[in-house]
Design a protein around this ligand. Structure first.
Ligand code: NAP
Ligand code: ZN
Ligand code: ZN
Length: 349
């Protein structure tokens, strides 16, 4: 089937309206009428070819929510009309240890929702800035929020699970002091989720203007990280710091704040490396510097269910598809509270 989409033909070109093909649903496939798609900073990195290996045309988008339009004969658990989501993963090898453990995000055969290998035309996957998508049922998530919240649920599919996974793995919860660096799309979800998990949350921002807003998100304290005095006031008191910043910066300023055995987890993925941290900041207190990639399918469902139960959604600004290029420029300036979401009703004619 031919559907309207928005994407780019080259890394130095703006996104434009285009038509793409979706496969006819196979026996295990779910066809989804996409209602909304969140705009992740990874979309910008990839569509502008800032990371290696972008294939064009590139249709970004991996924060997809919508309604099931059709299901294949072998699909169980989904039926037309169901509210569903698709995140960053649309396939994986299904037989390695990572897939067995429900950590498809770490499978060597993981297929991204866009820019991944596929037999479908044009030979790589095309993402959620489009009207319809067809996905194997194993990678489709159930959305239990009210339909009225659907647009604000979209960012949970990447920003939500990318912060949920390390918060759970490093056991954020009551009695733990958790820092979140960078209060953008990922960071604002990290603050909400860490707060809902019961941790004491400190938001680190470079933007004075986000001070009040970060408290409203659920932060217990806010630090403007350019202010050395505010940083030093926290001593060595953090169990966990989640770093979501999309640009290279000085990691030592944050590593120094970890207590013994504390960990800083990098989820931000800048196109050029951070300056290497000082080894002594790691060895003096047996600190860990780690990374984390999105999340597996079961933990994505766990996060969605937790958010439905606790009333957690993203703070969003709804945009038209033809506003995407402006939205990217504003995202680069940190001028969004906190996630742009495309209304796919504005796609095509
Ligand atoms: P975003 O909405 O643009 O937020 C990034 C935030 O980082 C900004 O709001 C800003 O927060 C801070 N920041 C940006 N540039 C900075 C700079 N030069 N110096 C200091 N702080 C800066 O982006 P996002 O969608 O949350 O994504 C963040 C990063 O995570 C991107 O690199 C993205 O590709 C990556 N990502 C990784 C995964 C994964 O699986 N690991 C998944 C999704 C996204 P303040 O204004 O508060 O300082
Ligand atoms: Zn993303
Ligand atoms: Zn696998």
């Amino acid at each position: 089937m031919t559907v309207h989409a928005y994407g780019a033909h080259a890394g130095d070109q703006p996104l434009v309206a285009m038509q793409i093909q979706r496969r006819t649903p196979g026996p295990r496939d779910v066809q989804i009428a996409i209602a909304y798609c969140g705009v992740c900073h990874s979309d910008l990195h990839q569509v502008r070819a800032e990371w290696a290996g972008t294939r064009f045309p590139c249709v970004p988008g991996h924060e997809i929510v919508g309604k099931v339009a059709a299901v294949g004969a072998e699909v169980s658990g989904f039926q037309p009309g169901d509210l569903v989501g698709v995140g960053c993963i649309v396939d994986s090898c299904r037989q390695c240890a990572e897939c067995d453990d429900g950590l498809e995000n770490y499978c060597d055969g993981m297929v991204g929702t866009y820019n991944g290998p596929t037999a479908d035309a044009p030979g790589h996957t095309l993402g959620g800035y489009s009207q319809q998508i067809v996905v194997d049922q194993r990678y489709v998530l159930r959305v239990r929020h009210d339909e009225a919240q659907l647009a604000a649920v979209a960012p949970l599919l990447c920003a939500g699970v990318t912060t949920w996974s390390p918060l759970r793995h490093w056991k954020a919860g009551p009695g733990k002091k958790v820092g979140v660096v960078g209060i953008g799309g990922l960071g604002h979800m990290a603050v909400k989720l860490a707060h809902a998990l019961g941790a004491h949350v400190v938001a680190f921002t470079t933007s004075d203007s986000k001070r009040e807003a970060a408290l409203a998100l659920g932060a217990d304290e806010v630090v403007v990280s350019r202010n050395a005095g505010e940083m030093a006031a926290h001593g060595t008191s953090f169990e966990l710091i989640l770093n979501t910043v999309a640009a290279p910066h000085n990691l030592d300023a944050f590593l120094q704040l970890l207590k013994r055995d504390g960990a800083m987890v990098l989820v931000g993925a800048p196109a050029t490396p951070h300056p290497s941290p000082a080894v002594f900041n790691l060895i003096m207190k047996r600190r860990t510097l780690a990374g984390s990639l999105i999340g597996g399918i079961p933990e994505t469902q766990e996060m969605l269910d937790f958010c439905a139960e606790h009333g957690v959604v993203a703070d969003i600004e709804l945009i038209r598809a033809d506003g995407i290029n402006d939205a990217y420029e504003r995202m680069l300036k940190g001028d969004v509270k906190y996630r742009f979401v495309i209304d796919t009703a504005t796609l095509g004619g």
